[in-house]
Design a binder for this molecule. Structure first.
Ligand code: GRF
Length: 176
């Protein structure tokens, strides 16, 4: 079985979908977070997946940990740190971002998409390089903006896209 780790920092809804959709076909060896109170830790516990909390100076620790696990792919799912160059050069890493990159790289992408002048918005699944949301695009999915939609409704539709397509993309990359 192919082996992955998932990196997350917060609520972990994308991680949860990855676990639900892929656990029968891929070995999710560990879920790694930089936040000791990340809500997603509960999801790991509920699915009996080992979790690891990084220390604040995490760069070396993360490289050594992932190196020791013999991983095919590192899957970022809301990991709010920039990965060191050495890490992204050593391991194949993918990320999901809630905008149509190169629009709205970085933080608050959903709010910025909601407020921009385009008629559409969406998500991007991409390889991770040393920049912030600058890696090669793997797939993008779009929604049309709806007149008078609230930001909460818009955000829900963006997250639905993420939950629908991230597992599919990861399974394609892994060829499983
Ligand atoms: C998602 O919107 C993802 O695109 C972004 O961070 C958010 C993580 O949400 N990178 P969750 O923790 O998976 O619920």
């Amino acid at each position: 079985m192919k082996r992955i780790v998932i990196l997350f920092s917060g609520r972990g809804s994308n991680m949860q979908k990855l676990i639900e959709n892929l656990s029968d076909r891929v070995d999710i060896v560990k879920c790694i977070t930089d936040k000791k109170d990340a809500k997603g830790l509960e999801i790991c516990k509920n699915h009996s997946i080992e979790s690891h909390i990084l220390s604040s100076d995490f760069q070396k620790e993360l490289i050594e940990l992932v190196d020791s696990l013999n991983i095919d792919l590192v899957v970022c799912a809301g990991f709010m740190r920039i990965l060191p160059k050495e890490f992204v050069e050593r391991f194949k890493c993918v990320n999901i971002h809630p905008s149509l990159l190169p629009r709205h790289q970085g933080l608050n992408a959903i709010k910025r998409s909601y407020n921009d002048d385009f008629n559409d918005a969406g998500i991007t699944i991409h390889y991770v390089d040393e920049g912030v949301d600058t890696g090669k695009v793997i797939a993008q999915y779009k929604i049309d903006k709806i007149k008078d939609e609230t930001i909460e409704e818009f955000e829900d539709r963006i997250h639905s896209l993420e939950h629908k397509y991230y597992s599919e993309a990861v399974s394609k990359i892994l060829n499983i």
